[in-house]
Design a protein around this ligand. Sequence first.
Ligand SMILES: [Zn+2]
Ligand SMILES: [Zn+2]
Length: 140
Amino acid sequence: MTVEFLCPHCRAENKAESLPAESFVCKQCRQPVPLFLPEASARAQQVERCLVCGNEGFYLQKDFNPRLGILIFAIGVIFSYHTKFLSLVIATLIDFILYYVLATVTICYQCRAIYRDFKENPQHRGFDHLTALKYSKTAT
Ligand SMILES: [Zn+2]
Ligand SMILES: [Zn+2]
């Protein structure tokens, strides 16, 4: 289980490879960032409370670069005239397959920490703009 997050002290990008990591130190400012994972969460491999900011709102997202999806689709569009739209079908298929093959990541609404290799928490849903708005108001 890993978590990618911005250091609460200096906003540098950090990645903790093995959780729980109670004595994690920011790679840039060298300040300690406690990433305490409750035992129940560690056992269930589910995140309920953000290790970085303590927030309890998360959303699920496919671990997929949206720009890559657009790129594949754009290539399909470019060649669609010559391939009688077959390339468009193939591009759509590739995007579709990628989407289902890729793992889901859990992201904290408040600090945008990315949790990988966790099990999906059934309480978490896909990204919701209204919820995100609520957090953007309280975010510092
Ligand atoms: Zn730092
Ligand atoms: Zn957070």
